[in-house]
Design a binder for this molecule. Structure first.
Ligand code: ADP
Length: 627
C-alpha cells in the first residue's frame, strides 16, 4: 500500500523539465490529430461539394431536352449525371417525393422514362461524414482542448499539494540489487556489534519488550566521509528485512518555511505504515546544527524542520518499531537536543579502516572483478593508510578501468598500485611539460622534501618522489606512515614541518631565488604550527590551553568561523610562537640540505633523468638515515 504512495511521491517529484517536455509533446500530438482531422474533413467535404449546383426547373428542362442519363436521390439532394459526362447537383423540397416534384414542374413522362432514377438511403459513412462530422467535429475539438488544458492545470495544482510530501527513496527488502548485509561491510566491528542489537529488535521486539527494556529510537553514525555509514545503515535494514527510507537532511529544506517540517511528518507517517522500518537521514548536520546560531534569517526553516524531527522522535512509541539512523561527519556542531536520551542516544563511531580492514574492503570490492594471480591486496593495503572505504572502492575501480583501457582481461598489481596515486593526487598530467629550467627547480624542490624527510627519524618514510604533474601538484613526494596512526607526537609534527619546508630550503640554497612552487608547503607548515600552539598545547610559552573556540554560523549559505576568545597580548604571543616553530623547522631543513648537499644533487639528477624514483632506489641512493 505504501509502495503505491511512494510511487505517487516519486511521480510528483518529477522535475519541471520533464513536465515541460511532456507538455510540448502532448501539444504536438494534439496539433497533429487536429491537422489530420481537418485534412480528412476537407477531402470528404470537398468531394461532396465540388459539384455544380443547378435549380430544379433546370433539371426538368434538361430531362425534357433528353440530356440527362441518370439521377440519384439522397434525401433532398439530387445528383444529376448528364449524358456528356458532367455531374450536377440540385435540391428538392424535403417533404415532397421525387416523382411528384418532377410532375409539379411538368416533366415530360416520356423523357423521364429514359432517365435511370436511383433512390438512395443514407449509409452509415455518409451519415457520419455528411451530417455528424460537420456538426459534431468542432464541438469535439473544442471539448478536447478544454480537457487538455484542464489536465495541465490540474497537474500543476496537484504538484502544489504534494510539495510537502517526503521525497524519501525507499529500498524494499525484496529489492535484490540494493540488498546489503553486514557481510558486504568490511571492518567497523564495534559499529556492527552495536547495530546487531537494532536488527535483533526489529526482528523480535517481543523479547525486549517483555523484559521492559526500552529500545533506542535513534542511532547516530559518526565518522569521516566514505567510511561506510550509509552502507551500514542499509545493511541494518537488509539484515532485518525491513524497508529502508533514505533521505538526505538537506532534501527536507525548501525555500518555503514549513515545507521541511511537513516532509518530516510525511516521512514518519510512511515509515509507520511500513513498520518495522528504518529511516535513514544522511548528513544530519545540515539541519541538526545548534539552533539559534544563525544570522540573516533563513534559519526558521531549518529550525522548524529540526524541531519536527525531535517531535516525531518523541512521539514514537516503542511498538511503532521504527528506528531512525542518522549519519554525520560533524558531530561537534549538532544541537544538544538531538543527542539527549530518547532521541539519538546511541552513538556509533566509525573510524577510517586499519590495515586488516583495508585488505577486507579491497577483497569485497575486487570480488566481482577478475584479478591476476599475483595480486597482493595486503601490499596495496599497506600503501594506503588514511584511505576511507570509499577511496578503496574507487581505487579498485580505477585499476579495473585502466586494465580495460589497455584491453587486458584481468586487473594486475601494477594497475592497483598506479591507482593509489591517482586516487590520492589526481590523474597524471603528462601533457603538462616543464621547461628544462623548471624541471631542474622542481627536481631540487622535491629532492629537498624527500631528503629532509628521510633524514629525520619522526617524519613518515618516503615511498616515491616524482616530478610528473598530478592533479594540481607539479611534482610530489609520497610519504606514508609505516603503520596506522591514531596519535601524533610533537616530534612528528616538528619533523613533518621541517620536511614540508625542505623544498623551500633547497630552492633557496641551490638557486638563490624563490618561486611560487612552495606556497602550498608554507601553508601546510603554518597550519600545523598554529594547531600545535592553539589546539594541542604543544608550545612551551602558551602551555596547555586551547585558544580560539570554534563558533560556526551560516550566513547567506556560507560558513563563517569566528575564533577569538583571547586577548591581544595572547594573540601576539601565538603569532610569535607560530613564527618560532616555523623558523625552527626551516633552519633544521636548511641544515640537512647543507650538510647533505651531495645527496641532494644525486636525487635531483636522478629525477631530472628519470622523473620518478621509487622507494627502493631512493633508499639505496640516500643510504644511511641520520638520527
Ligand atoms: P558514508 O555514508 O560514510 O559517507 P558510504 O556508506 O556512502 O559512506 O560509502 C561509500 C562507498 O564506499 C560504499 O558504497 C562502498 O562501496 C564503500 N565502502 C565504504 N566503507 C566500506 C566498508 N567498510 N566495506 C566495504 N565497502 C565500503
Amino acid at each position: 500500500m505504501f509502495e503505491t504512495a511512494m510511487k505517487k511521491n516519486s511521480k510528483n517529484g518529477k522535475n519541471n523539465d520533464e513536465q515541460a517536455r511532456n507538455f510540448s509533446r502532448q501539444f504536438l500530438y494534439a496539433l497533429l490529430i487536429l491537422m489530420a482531422l481537418a485534412a480528412l474533413y476537407s477531402t470528404i467535404a470537398g468531394s461532396l461539394e465540388n459539384k455544380k449546383e443547378i435549380s430544379l426547373s433546370d433539371v426538368v428542362a434538361k430531362i425534357n431536352a433528353g440530356e440527362v442519363s441518370e439521377i440519384s436521390v439522397l434525401d433532398s439532394e439530387l445528383t444529376v449525371k448528364m449524358k456528356n459526362g458532367e455531374t450536377l447537383q440540385a435540391q428538392k423540397e424535403q417533404e415532397t417525393g421525387f416523382t411528384e416534384t418532377l410532375k409539379n414542374y411538368n416533366v415530360d413522362p416520356g423523357k423521364l422514362k429514359d432517365v435511370k432514377v436511383q433512390i438512395q438511403t443514407r449509409g452509415f459513412m455518409n451519415t457520419l461524414f455528411g451530417v455528424i462530422v460537420p456538426i459534431m467535429g468542432p464541438v469535439v475539438l473544442i471539448g478536447f482542448f478544454i480537457w487538455f488544458m484542464a489536465r495541465q492545470v490540474q497537474r500543476g495544482s496537484m504538484q502544489a499539494l504534494t510539495f510537502g510530501q517526503s521525497r524519501a527513496r525507499l529500498i524494499n527488502p525484496e529489492d535484490g540489487k540494493d540488498h546489503v548485509t553486514f557481510k558486504d561491510v568490511a571492518g567497523v566491528k564495534e559499529a556492527k556489534e552495536e547495530l546487531k542489537e537494532v536488527v535483533d529488535f526489529l526482528k523480535n521486539p517481543k523479547k525486549f519488550l517483555d523484559i521492559g527494556a526500552k529500545i533506542p529510537k535513534g542511532v547516530l553514525l559518526m565518522g569521516p566521509p566514505g567510511v561506510g555509514k550509509t552502507m551500514l545503515a542499509k545493511a541494518v535494514a537488509g539484515e532485518a528485512g525491513a524497508p529502508f527510507f533514505y533521505m538526505s537532511a538537506s532534501e527536507f529544506i525548501e525555500l518555503f518555511v514549513g515545507v521541511g517540517a511537513s516532509r518530516v511528518r510525511d516521512l514518519f507517517k510512511l515509515a509507520k505504515k511500513a513498520a518495522p522500518a528504518i529511516i535513514f537521514v544522511d548528513e544530519l548536520d545540515a539541519i541538526g546544527r545548534i539552533r539559534g546560531a544563525g544570522i540573516g534569517g533563513g534559519h526558521d526553516e531549518r529550525e522548524q524542520t529540526l524541531n519536527q524531527i525531535l517531535v516525531e522522535m518523541d512521539g514514537m512509541e516503542t511498538n511503532d518499531r521504527i528506528i531512525v539512523l542518522a549519519a554525520t561527519n560533524r558531530p561537534d556542531v549538532l544541537d544538544p537536543a538531538l543527542l539527549r536520551p530518547g532521541r539519538f542516544d546511541r552513538r556509533v563511531v566509525l573510524d577510517l579502516p586499519d590495515i586488516n580492514d583495508r585488505v577486507a574492503i579491497l577483497e569485497i570490492h575486487s570480488r566481482n572483478k577478475p584479478v591476476e594471480d599475483d595480486v597482493q591486496l595486503r601490499v596495496i593495503a599497506e600503501r594506503t593508510p588514511g584511505f576511507s572505504g570509499a577511496d578503496l572502492a574507487n581505487l579498485v575501480n580505477e585499476a579495473a578501468i585502466s586494465a580495460a583501457r589497455e584491453d587486458r582481461k584481468k586487473v594486475g598489481q601494477t594497475d592497483l598500485i598506479n591507482s593509489i596515486e591517482k586516487v590520492m593526487l589526481g590523474p597524471e598530467r603528462k601533457s603538462h611539460i616543464l621547461s628544462p629550467e623548471e624541471k631542474k627547480i622542481a627536481a631540487y624542490h622535491e629532492a629537498g622534501h624527500a631528503l629532509v624527510a628521510t633524514s629525520l627519524i619522526h617524519a613518515d618514510p618516503v615511498h616515491k618522489v616524482s616530478i610528473v604533474s598530478r592533479g594540481r601538484a607539479a611534482g610530489y613526494t609520497l610519504k606514508l606512515p609505516s603503520e596506522d596512526r591514531h596519535m601524533y607526537t610533537r616530534s612528528h609534527f616538528l619533523d613533518e614541518m621541517a620536511s614540508a619546508l625542505g623544498g623551500y630550503a633547497a630552492e633557496k640554497l641551490v638557486f638563490g631565488e624563490l618561486t611560487t612552487g612552495p606556497s602550498d608547503d608554507l601553508q601546510k607548515a603554518a597550519a600545523v604550527a598554529r594547531s600545535m600552539v592553539m589546539r594541542f598545547g604543544m608550545s612551551d610559552k602558551i602551555g596547555p590551553s586551547v585558544l580560539g573556540e570554534r563558533e560556526e554560523m551560516i550566513f547567506l549559505g556560507r560558513e563563517l568561523t569566528t575564533e577569538r576568545n583571547y586577548s591581544e597580548e595572547t594573540a601576539r604571543l601565538i603569532d610569535e610562537e607560530v613564527k618560532h616553530l616555523i623558523d625552527n623547522a626551516y633552519s633544521r631543513a636548511r641544515e640537512v640540505i647543507t650538510s647533505r648537499r651531495k645527496k641532494l644533487d644525486a636525487i635531483a639528477e636522478y629525477l631530472i633523468e628519470h622523473e620518478t624514483i621509487e622507494r627502493h632506489d631512493f633508499e639505496t641512493l640516500v643510504k644511511e638515515r641520520e638520527v
